[in-house]
Design a protein around this ligand. Structure first.
Ligand code: SAM
Length: 434
């Protein structure tokens, strides 16, 4: 922190300090954060559309009322508020930092005008097409079926970060367009810890974070809501700070962070086996070293054991030969090795085969859940969560498997595959765009 800033009171932070939430009005909290400190900002501000209108939800006519925070203050009030928070965000961005702001026509034109006025550099206007929009009840307009996301650099000199190759790979080898049609509204299991009326899907934040930040980067969400940005950031090894006024929404965010018993981040599996390489930690020590709850650490240890990296012995858990090889390699190699290990699991291979031709994550997830329910004793939400974990593993592995030519190193520990067959499998997997 710089001299003229002080930490706002923390609502929640994890042991490693990588996921932090502050409670309060973002207009008051942002000046307390140090200038030029964030690589990326995602803001999903009030759209000011809760003004007594109607919409259709689950086949019924309901009023559009998201909460007091979403009531319009009139054009001048909305404009002044938007200018205040965007100016504060601009101060917080690093020179090459960028911000994404989502909105509908109620607010996004004001956001664009303010960005221009403050000298930000508008990079793209992304259209997020919603696959299942509610019908327009008045029948006097086109069905509202999209949101706009403006992407802008801090100022005109900003040399922004864009992970072009990764985006191309995710898009099946073609340049990714600014119209996103493959991201659905949040899945039901994204709301198991409580409902936020305007929750964004994790897939949307993962796309944004993957496109415009690197691992270790610091991300801010000034209107954090249920902390979707923070959850996505944690899954992708970024640090995050979220600002939110309402206790109810902060609590949902905390529960989402600590409560999801999924081992869906293979980087954490690497962290875990590195802890095991130093000794045989107790569950409490392991959880402390990893900055997670014991329950989460338990899930990660199960995952490492499914991947054959850890084995239970009489004296506790010990690394297998493959686990040791992965640990001994520097981070980039270790990742490639783990990615290959994941991609060669028979279950992962079937999951890829079965869901390859489907485009959206939700559909892929459903297909993989069906596969799991047929081939294992898993049912219901456990099945869905495992399917998500597999999907996250596949996603991660495809991004990391070819980082460097590591196959010969790994080959020493592969039971059955010749190098050629291994490569063939990888190439096949590469065609699976998530
Ligand atoms: C559109 S929602 C964000 C939802 C979020 N993207 C998610 O996925 O859950 C906007 C949030 O900003 C909060 N909010 C509104 N005005 C605020 C302010 N001035 N400071 C901090 N939070 C605010 C609201 O309580 C609401 O939760």
């Amino acid at each position: 922190m710089s001299e003229n800033t002080k930490n706002p009171p923390t609502y929640f932070t994890d042991a490693a300090g990588r996921f932090t939430l502050y409670q309060g009005n973002c207009l008051e909290l942002m000046p307390l954060l140090p200038a030029c400190s964030f690589d990326l900002i995602f803001a999903d501000p009030p759209y000011f559309l809760s003004n007594g209108g109607i919409t259709c939800h689950a086949g019924k006519m309901v009023s559009v009322n998201k909460g007091k925070w979403d009531r319009s203050m009139g054009f001048a009030g909305n404009y002044a508020f938007t200018k205040d928070w965007i100016a504060r965000c601009q101060r917080l961005l690093k020179p090459n930092g960028t911000m994404f702001v989502s909105g509908t026509s109620h607010i996004i034109h004001i956001v664009g005008a303010v960005m221009d006025e403050l000298g930000l550099k508008i990079l793209n206007d992304i259209t997020w097409v919603k696959p299942n929009p509610p019908p327009n009840l008045s029948c006097r307009y086109f069905t509202h079926a999209a949101e706009t996301i403006l992407w802008a650099g801090r100022d005109k000199k900003c040399r922004h970060k864009f992970n072009y190759q990764l985006m191309k790979r995710i898009n099946g080898g073609k340049q990714m367009k600014s119209v996103w049609t493959d991201i659905e509204t949040p899945r039901r299991d994204e709301k198991v810890f409580g409902k936020h009326p305007t929750q964004k899907p994790l897939a949307l934040l993962e796309r944004i974070i993957a496109a415009a930040s690197d691992e270790g980067d610091l991300i801010l969400d000034p209107f954090s809501g249920s902390a979707t940005t923070g959850i996505a950031a944690a899954r992708m090894n970024r640090q995050s700070i979220g600002l939110e006024m309402e206790t109810e929404f902060l609590d949902i965010g905390v529960h989402r962070f600590v409560g999801v018993p999924q081992a869906d981040n293979p980087d954490r599996i690497l962290d875990l086996i590195k802890v095991h390489a130093l000794g045989n930690p107790t569950p409490t020590e392991l959880a402390r070293c990893l900055g997670m709850t014991e329950r989460q650490a338990h899930y990660y240890r199960q995952a490492a054991s499914i991947l054959g990296l850890l084995r239970r012995s009489e004296s506790g858990w010990a690394l297998t030969e493959i686990g040791k090889t992965i640990c001994e390699n520097r981070q980039l190699y270790a990742r490639s090795l783990l990615a290959q290990r994941i991609l060669e699991l028979p279950l992962v291979q079937s999951a890829i085969r079965k869901s390859r031709r489907y485009r959206t994550k939700n559909t892929k997830c459903r297909i993989i859940a069906e596969l799991l329910s047929r081939s294992t004793a898993l049912t219901g939400s456990t099945c869905t969560r495992r399917a998500q974990t597999l999907l996250a593993w596949i996603d991660w592995s495809l991004a990391h498997c070819c980082a460097e030519p590591v196959l010969p190193v790994f080959h020493a520990h592969c039971r059955d595959d010749s190098l050629g067959r291994q490569n063939e499998k990888l190439v096949k997997c590469q065609r699976f765009a998530i």
